[in-house]
Design a protein around this ligand. Structure first.
Ligand code: AMP
Length: 604
């Protein structure tokens, strides 16, 4: 391993690096710095986020900037405003001992006039987002005739975000003589095309293997049903009271939903997505950086600019649409030499989607079990004990009350006292989790008995309904009928068994009473008959033959297109799903948790 000085950097830079606490170069720095200092060849670098690539391209450029020349000599393009600002800030720090070196950062959503004025005063290095950079070039405020270095940072992200035309425009308005440095964590076709079209026989370097995940990240997965995704996140958070992580969602709406639930359940969470104004995003990111927020629920794009090195976890609420994105997500943890865990929540049907990701990251996913209520209670109990042990005693404030308090506890043994104090906080938690089910979905995708019929599900209650095949009842019609009673949002429907004059259906057992009440209150009719529903405790093994794994969701009385129930062979046995939520959280236990805010959730 070399030192920064052995890489050929000059004294002014070395002294700044020492001040910043950079002791030894990272792998990408070791490879890129001497290469860019000693050669004008284009460079194609495979580097994940968090590997130190900012210094890898900035330091050799800073080293070679002519400070006596005020023309723009280097431009660095980055996908987001946040990342551009970080790079600009880093360059200022790296070059603080170099008199006359000026860097200007330009990005959309801020005054173009201010940025133009700064450019006018002279800057040798410009960091910019593609759109604003093109705008400034077109207005002739940014002149690149004397450019020597062009850096494309996170090229894959820039293309993902639709900046292809802007990149083409910038690349075409720069002199052929420049040196292009392209940094990307992944090399899909579009990035290769940029390299092919705009670079001349580039030298290739990589930190780690191409497209692979970091060795510092443990990739793990949990198999849960669709409706238990959220419950699993809560348990993961509860079993890791010091969690500091990002929960990735695919859409803004998903983000909003997950974060709202977490906040309502008393966790230190917030969301970061494109619907927020820049000021709101800055505010959320600041709270996350200073750990006021422990769990940030974010979309892929919004999380790009976040420079946090010590995340303990990344949680994939749902897998990303593109496998490439998993590399980016998991790369948010295990940075700068820290260890991290990247968790994926999958349904039994999605497990197969992990294989192509494994091939890409060249790592195996480890299967984990969603922690049981008992495990969580144990962990929280010892966390509480630790907290009590480490609590400082404010003698001054409490001394006046102590005699009275001692008197009240008179007669209690040390052991009894400890038990009582611990129970004050612990009981609510214990009560909440005493009702918690095992939420691992360990069934194979099609779990049937030896006659091909669906097995009983102990989380379901079985109901009798007085209509059947002769009333033209079909499983989809029965599901429609159940959904029309508005029992509760997206209640989970299990097996359906249609017989000639009556039928059975299963429904989440937490909603037994609500179901009966809803049918009683609504007194629905079906094909002219009054419908009547009763609970039947007697379960029959197996359903009526074929089954479907489709999980329709209810949305204002209609099944959504893609989620329509499908009829399999013969009689129907359909599975409906309430969307999410730990079933126990809909019950009394939830209130216990919200009140109990001190364990890894709200910091007091
Ligand atoms: P980057 O990949 O450039 O975003 O860097 C990730 C983080 O690692 C940043 O916070 C850097 O400040 C830090 N970093 C980069 N290189 C080093 C180094 N050689 N020593 C210590 N920290 C570093």
């Amino acid at each position: 391993m070399s030192t920064f000085s052995e890489l050929g950097l000059k004294e002014e830079i070395l002294s700044a690096l020492i001040e910043m606490g950079y002791e030894t170069p990272s792998e990408i720095q070791e490879k890129a710095i001497p290469q860019v200092i000693s050669s004008t060849d284009d460079l194609k670098a495979f580097a994940q986020t968090g590997t130190g690539k900012t210094a890898a391209f900035s330091l050799p450029i800073i080293q070679q900037i002519d400070v006596n020349n005020n023309n723009v000599q280097a431009i660095i393009l980055s996908p987001t405003r946040e990342l551009a600002v970080q790079i600009g800030d880093q360059i200022e720090k790296f070059s603080k001992n170099i008199r006359g070196l000026k860097v200007v950062t330009v990005y959309g959503g801020a005054s173009i006039e201010d940025q133009s004025r700064k450019l006018n005063r002279g800057a040798q290095i410009v960091v910019g987002t593609p759109g604003r950079t093109v705008d400034l070039i077109n207005r002739r405020r940014l002149k690149l005739e004397n450019l020597q270095w062009l850096v494309l940072d996170e090229a894959d992200e820039m293309l993902n975000m639709g900046f292809k035309d802007d990149l083409d425009a910038v690349l075409e308005s720069t002199p052929d003589t420049k040196q292009t440095l392209l940094f990307s964590a992944t090399f899909p076709r579009e990035v290769e095309a940029i390299a092919r079209n705009y670079m001349h026989e580039p030298v290739e370097i990589s930190a780690g293997t191409k497209n692979t995940g970091s060795d510092d990240v443990s990739n793990e997965y949990y198999v849960v049903t669709e409706r238990n995704r959220y419950a699993a996140i809560k348990r993961i958070a509860d079993v890791n009271p010091d969690i500091y992580g990002i929960i990735f969602c695919r859409t803004r709406r998903e983000c909003q939903e997950v974060s709202e639930k977490l906040i309502a359940d008393g966790y230190n969470a917030d969301s970061l997505h494109g619907d927020l104004s820049q000021a709101q995003r800055d505010n959320v990111m600041q709270k996350f950086r200073n750990k006021t927020v422990q769990m940030l629920v974010a979309t892929d794009v919004a999380a790009r600019g976040l420079d946090v090195n010590n995340l303990t976890h990344v949680i994939n609420h749902k897998l990303p649409d593109q496998n490439e994105a998993y590399t980016h997500r998991s790369g948010r943890t295990g940075r700068a030499g820290n260890k991290g865990t990247s968790i994926v929540l999958v349904t039994s049907r999605e497990v197969g989607k992990l294989r192509p990701i494994e091939r890409k990251i060249q790592k195996k996913f480890i299967k984990r079990e969603v922690p049981s209520g008992k495990e969580i209670c144990e962990i929280q109990l010892f966390k509480l004990v630790e907290k009590v042990k480490n609590t400082e005693i404010n003698t001054k404030e409490i001394s006046g009350y102590l005699d009275n308090i001692y008197e009240q506890f008179d007669g209690l043994s040390r052991e009894e006292l400890i038990q009582k104090f611990i129970s004050v906080e612990f009981n609510a938690f214990l009560e909440y989790y005493s009702k918690a089910n095992d939420i691992n979905d360990n069934r194979p995708a099609r779990e049937t008995d030896d006659r091909g019929r669906r097995r009983d599900d102990e989380n379901m209650s079985r109901f009798f309904i007085n209509i059947g095949r002769k009333d033209n009842l079909t499983p989809p019609r029965l599901m429609g009928l159940i959904n029309d009673q508005n029992i509760t949002n997206n209640v989970e429907i299990g097996q359906i068994e249609i017989l000639d004059t009556f039928s059975f259906f299963e429904l989440d057992k937490n909603f037994e009473k609500e179901t009966i009440d809803a049918f009683l209150a609504n007194t629905p009719e079906f094909e002219g008959r009054n419908v009547n529903v009763e609970i039947t405790k007697k379960r029959r093994t197996g359903g009526g033959g074929g089954r479907s794994d489709r999980r329709p969701r209810r949305d204002g009385g209609n099944f959504r297109g893609g989620d329509r129930p499908r009829r399999d062979s013969g009689s129907g046995d359909f599975k409906g799903r309430r969307r999410d939520g730990d079933s126990s959280s809909n019950r009394s236990g939830a209130s216990g948790r919200v009140q109990n805010k001190s364990w890894g959730r709200k910091r007091d």
